[in-house]
Each structure stands twice: as structure tokens, then as C-alpha cells.
Design a protein around this ligand. Structure first.
Ligand code: GLN
Length: 266
């Protein structure tokens, strides 16, 4: 059991200043909180466009979501880093890629204007736009996953299709997920998780956060390293509340009412 004693982990937060739609930086905040509650130091390095970055120097990697404009801004820089990131994830680097970041961790993303953005191929999947007039996938989401029920919300136009036997992150209980058709949400490979879930994801889903942290500890300090338990009563009550709201569909109705209001107000 690792609990303090000079334990230190390093987190690389890719494009923290650009890919932060809906406050996805909350994932870095949650990881730091869950480390410090155990006496573990977490160094968080924001990695901007053009900045030096060797994934081999890090124990964890995260990237948040962004609208098409932000994705276009980072795409070339991310592609240049793709081989090193893919290799590090193949070697077991724990990673979390959310929404726009998740899409660019696939093989390609076709944006709302039909522009093709190359991805880095961590996940065998592609993201395309739906037929003309199709609604964006917006609303609360509830998933069944290997971590139990996971809650969050989605707001994306793209539809993601996993290739072959690529593993999904979860199965949709409520919401749209990858494409609103095959029941899949997100993707997993090695210790990397891709998902559409904003929220941000990790504060209300402590089991997912601790999965990433424990994998990072084991990579750095050996297989016997394990996280000491911490009090998750607040996190669990938030997760249960979000799950109940999503099951009731309140969020859907609320989202639809807000969209109607915006349409009427021109
Ligand atoms: N721009 C992408 C889409 O619309 C991702 C959006 C996001 O990151 N919220 O599908």
C-alpha cells in the first residue's frame, strides 16, 4: 500500500489551455486531490502547442475536449507527437482523452465542415458527422462500465465508430454515446480510456480516477504498489444524484427546453 513517504507522480496535461471545453481541467484537479489525500505528490505539466514533451517522462497523460476550431488548432501538433504517445500507451502509460481529444486519439475526425483531421491512432476508430439536420448529442449520460456505473454529460456533433474488436469504455444506459446506435461509449486500449463524458468526468467517478492513478503507481513503483483507500462519501453521493437525475431523464428534458428557448429567442 502506497501512502505518502515521498511518492511522486508526473501528469502531462496536453493542450490544457486550448482543450478545456466544459471545464475538463477538473480531471487534473481531481487527480491531484486524490493523490494529495494519500500524501502522494502530483506534478502537473501543461503541454502547449510546440512545447517540448517526452511521454516517457510522465506517469499519466490527459487531454480534454474542444470544439472544431480548437481541434483544428492542435491537430498538426498532436499528429507530430502521435508516434511517441502511441508507443508510451502501448507500453502501459495510463491516459484519459475526453471528447474532442478522444476523437483525435482515433484514426481521423471529419469535422462539421467536412474537413478531415488526422488522428494519432491510439484507438482504432473514426469519427464522422451524421446526416444533415441530425441533432448534436447533448445531455446527461449514464454508462455501465467495468468500473460500475459512470455518470457525466455529452455535447458533440461527431459520431464515433469503433473498428473491429476495439474495446468500448462503456455501454450506454442513458444518453447517446459514440454514435447513438450501437450502444457503445468511448474506447479503451491498455491503460488508456477515451470517452465523450464531460462533467468533468473524474470528480464524480472516483473508481475511474483511481484506476488511472493505481496504474501510474504500478508503472513507477512496481506491481506491489497500491492506493490506500480514502473517504469517497461525497463523490459517491454526487455520482448517485447524477445517476438518479439521468435515469429520470430530467437532464434531457431540461436540455430540450433550453434549446427550445434559445431557438425561440432567435
Ligand atoms: N468538436 C467535436 C464535436 O462536435 C468535439 C466537441 C467537444 O469536445 N465537446 O463532435
Amino acid at each position: 500500500m502506497v501512502d505518502g513517504d515521498g511518492v511522486r507522480l508526473r501528469l502531462a496535461h496536453l493542450y490544457a489551455d486550448v482543450m478545456n471545453v466544459y471545464g475538463d481541467r477538473g480531471n487534473a484537479i481531481a487527480l491531484r486531490y486524490r493523490c494529495e489525500a494519500r500524501g502522494i505528490a502530483l506534478d502537473v505539466d501543461g503541454v502547449g502547442i510546440g512545447e517540448a514533451f517526452d511521454p516517457g517522462n510522465y506517469d499519466l497523460l490527459i487531454v480534454g475536449g474542444g470544439e472544431d476550431r480548437e481541434q483544428r488548432r492542435i491537430a498538426d501538433d498532436l499528429v507530430a507527437r502521435g508516434p511517441a504517445i502511441r508507443s508510451a500507451i502501448e507500453d502501459g502509460l495510463p491516459a484519459l482523452a475526453v471528447c474532442g481529444g478522444f476523437q483525435l486519439f482515433g484514426e481521423r475526425y471529419i469535422d462539421a465542415d467536412g474537413g478531415v483531421l488526422p488522428g494519432i491512432g491510439v484507438f482504432r476508430m473514426e469519427t464522422v458527422q451524421p446526416e444533415e439536420g441530425a441533432e448534436r448529442a447533448i445531455g446527461n449520460v449514464l454508462l455501465g462500465t467495468g468500473f460500475g456505473e459512470v455518470v457525466g454529460f455529452e455535447n458533440h456533433g461527431g459520431r464515433t465508430w469503433l473498428h473491429g474488436r476495439e474495446e468500448r469504455f462503456g455501454t450506454v444506459i442513458a444518453g447517446r454515446g459514440n454514435n447513438g446506435e450501437d450502444g457503445s461509449e468511448g474506447a479503451r486500449v491498455g491503460n488508456a480510456i477515451g470517452t465523450y463524458l464531460h462533467g468533468s468526468l473524474l470528480p464524480k467517478n472516483p473508481a475511474v480516477a483511481d484506476f488511472l492513478l493505481e496504474k501510474a503507481l504500478k508503472q513507477r513503483y512496481g506491481e506491489s504498489a497500491a492506493l490506500a483507500p480514502i473517504d469517497d462519501s461525497l463523490e459517491e453521493s454526487a455520482r448517485r444524484a447524477a445517476s438518479a437525475i439521468t435515469r429520470r431523464g430530467d437532464g434531457e428534458g431540461l436540455g430540450r427546453r433550453l434549446r427550445g428557448l434559445l431557438r425561440r429567442s432567435g
